[in-house]
Design a protein around this ligand. Sequence first.
Ligand code: CTP
Length: 396
Amino acid sequence: MNNKHILLGITGSIAAYKSIELIRRLREHGAIVRVIMTPAALKFITPLTVQAISQQPVWTHLFEAMDHIELARWADMMLIAPASADFLAKLAYGHANDLLSTVCLATTAPITVAPAMNAQMWQSSATQDNCQRLRQHQVTFWGPDKGIQACGETGMGRMLAPADIVQALLNSEQTGKMKGQTLLITAGPTREDIDPVRFISNRSSGRMGYAIAEAALKQGATVTLVTGPVSLSQIPGVHTISVYNALEMFEAVMAHVATADIFIATAAVADYRPIQAATQKMKKNDTHIQLNLERTRDILAAVAQLDKAPFTVGFAAETEHLVSYAQEKLVKKNINMIAANIVGIEGIGFDSTDNSLHVFWDKGEHKLPRTSKKELAVQLLELIMQCHSKHHLITP
Ligand code: CTP
């Protein structure tokens, strides 16, 4: 980040106090940080503190000495942290009634936001629509994170920790082989409710998908990860969408697939779900009960069928006939590549840190021997990039 000009916007959120540590950490990495505070931010922290930590003047109002156009030109990147719900709405609709929103409109530098708000405000359809709109306008999102909030509620909406924001920035500065590629990845299990306390799921830990997401990010790719319930931490810099069941995963994938160059389906999606989940906890009266299940939609096959399908990669976890089952799935789902692995062996596959893969595509196959999922992710991405570039040559 040496001498990188970061124009930091601080908006009105209790998380504004974290911006002080963020400025300190950014400066430690060599960045020059100038700050614009919105009028609401002034209620939470003082310009004097910000000025002392940034060692730069702080701007708070539209008509100040330095022209807003000059500030907009100075920035190599704009980082709004914390970004309140109100500011996201303003940004989504191009308002220019304070200095920060005006500079955002006037700059050609990339804009990144680190949202911070109450969980309900984050989940509200108005905020989600605004975020969707901002993503279409190439605004990058870092976070928010899950956890206890200042209002006492627990949920999604906390600003990413300053260390994680800095890590996300370092990751995004990578100039690896995947720069310019957009990846959409599914990971983890899904849960299909039987009643309010019981569900059908599987032993997938999500590790393989998370490892691929992290490896791709380090290679410079833009990564969206649609994840079922797992106990892994968010990867700073990866746009993470948490879902619960197969239907939510399907909808999240379809909402993001249009911009993806590569789709990698590592999730262990439930193939069946109860036709009707009981609204109350089921009581044990009979000696036998029957669950009526219906098929869920195949996300991978649906993506592969799209008119403008990305390069699609599936996973096949098998207990026997690995080669023939994997090759069948490659053809049946009409996908570009499949990574197969044996499950049911101690130490590899589901819920383990290690794995081995046998990868097939229309014109070849390659074995990736047992190693950590992190290392395997790097090797698999290498293979995907090779096949993807050849695929481009034959299908312009
Ligand atoms: N997959 C998916 N959507 C589903 C089911 C599976 O995207 N509803 C994806 C998985 O993420 C994985 C691949 O498809 O990439 C697995 O193929 P699948 O045929 O579903 O495997 P199994 O569920 O193991 O199927 P089978 O029982 O037929 O072996």
